[in-house]
Design a protein around this ligand. Structure first.
Ligand code: OGA
Ligand code: ZN
Ligand code: ZN
Length: 407
């Protein structure tokens, strides 16, 4: 329980210094405190939305007074020229301590949230065991089973669920247990089987490692594929996964200059077909490795199939290709791969903003391989993880999931 020992204002009246009973020191800026006031006027409980009008506050905001409430649980501060008469901003001690933005606290928070780096550091992935569950574990709406599933997604990046009834639409049912469906131009649910199609996934050809829908500004978060038919006579068609974060960490260690290049020189993805049956025009320039404000990897992108001609400055072309080649070599290392063959009824679910997936070519030999797929939003998955943990009384830190944000 965070307890405040004393508070004081700096001589320029811009910062409130809080000394905690455990010896920690926090510094809160006047504006930061005032805008985040939790009083009933500034953050009405019925809406929970801040109503502070910053333009009604003076250009230079000074703290006139700061003190601890009599019961010791709240910091209160007033400001010269506040537009609300007699106003004191209010901040619970526990909230303030959790939001402390001193260098040490920020670093701790960012590192705690970085579940992916922690997983890569602490787990031996030599065996490349496939995280596997049984449909029965989530079928009865057991939150325990669902939490285990989402936890696999958060930590390892994917999970196989066995014995899902081989009925059409089951993939949507499983997806909706986690979050709302993310629809695309292929609809809510897409059908993966070999046919006469311009989409490589809808053939029996090999699909190299990729993340789906890279031509979009924001590719789908979590992907599900359910084998409703996978006849025994079908040869090939194995599923492969690789963790792009893991590959990138290896690149960072082995060739820091290539790592840096992929954070600085963007790839261009496009798919253009103006005269086809379903005309489309999608293009997006993005970084293979996207760093956030803290220098953390928060988004990774990869799909050879949609690599368009790079549109970058002349000086960057060669270093881009060299870096791209170096990362591809790592991705192709056999030891990077999780590999298995789905059985009929298997459902694979994976973080499409982290994991690469691939498929070996197959021969139908008179049989059928038919997967149904859908997507869920990544933020919904993260929300489900944190709220389920809360319901189950499991202590978790909100995880980094790869949605371009450490928080
Ligand atoms: C896809 C895909 C893999 C498979 O449809 O996005 O990659 O195993 N399919 O068919
Ligand atoms: Zn207020
Ligand atoms: Zn795919």
């Amino acid at each position: 329980m965070a307890e405040i020992k004393s508070v004081q204002i700096t001589s320029d009246k811009n910062i409130c210094e809080v000394l905690w009973k455990d010896g920690h020191e926090s510094r809160f800026h006047a504006r930061w405190l005032r805008y985040n006031c939790k009083c009933n006027k500034c953050k009405p409980p019925f809406s929970g939305v801040y109503t502070v009008d910053e333009l009604q506050l003076p250009e230079v905001l000074n703290i006139s007074e700061a003190h601890i409430s009599r019961d010791g649980t709240e910091l209160r501060a007033s400001y010269d020229g506040d537009y609300l008469p007699e106003h004191e901003s209010r901040h619970r001690a526990s909230w303030l301590r959790a939001k402390c933005y001193c260098a040490g606290c920020l670093e701790t928070k960012i590192n705690q949230r970085d579940v992916i780096s922690r997983y890569l550091k602490n787990n031996n992935r030599k065996m490349r065991e496939i995280p596997t569950m049984d449909y029965q574990e989530i079928a009865d709406d057991s939150n325990q089973g669902l939490f285990k599933l989402v936890n696999n997604l958060v930590e390892i990046g994917f999970c196989r669920i066995k014995k899902v009834p081989s009925e059409s639409g089951m993939v949507l049912k499983v997806a909706r247990k986690i979050g709302c469906i993310e629809s695309t131009s292929y609809g809510e649910m897409f059908q993966v089987y070999a046919r006469d199609s311009e989409n490589a996934a809808y053939t029996n050809q090999k699909l190299p490692f990729h993340q789906d829908q890279q031509t979009h500004e924001c590719s789908p978060g979590v992907q599900l594929l359910h084998a409703i038919r996978f006849d025994d006579c079908v040869t090939g068609g194995e599923s492969l996964f690789a963790d792009l974060y893991e590959a990138i960490e290896i690149l960072r260690k082995e060739s820091p200059q290539h790592f840096k290049t992929l954070t600085e020189v963007p790839v261009l993805y496009d798919t253009v077909d103006l005269d086809g049956i379903s005309p489309r025009f999608f293009e997006c320039q993005k970084y293979h490795i996207h760093l956030d404000y803290f220098g953390k990897i928060v988004e990774v992108n990869w799909h050879l199939g949609f690599n368009a001609a790079p549109q970058v400055h002349e000086k960057d072309v060669d270093r881009y290709y060299a870096a791209h080649r170096a990362l591809l070599k790592i991705i192709r290392r056999p030891e990077m791969q999780y590999r298995f063959k789905m059985d009929c009824g298997d459902l694979i679910i994976f973080n499409n903003r982290r994991m690469l997936h691939a498929r070996e070519a197959y021969e139908a030999n008179g049989g059928i391989r038919h997967l149904q797929g859908t997507y869920i939003k990544l933020d919904e998955m993260k929300s489900k993880y944190v709220t389920l943990a809360h319901q189950l009384n499991i202590s978790v830190v909100p995880p980094k999931v790869g949605n371009r944000s450490s928080f």
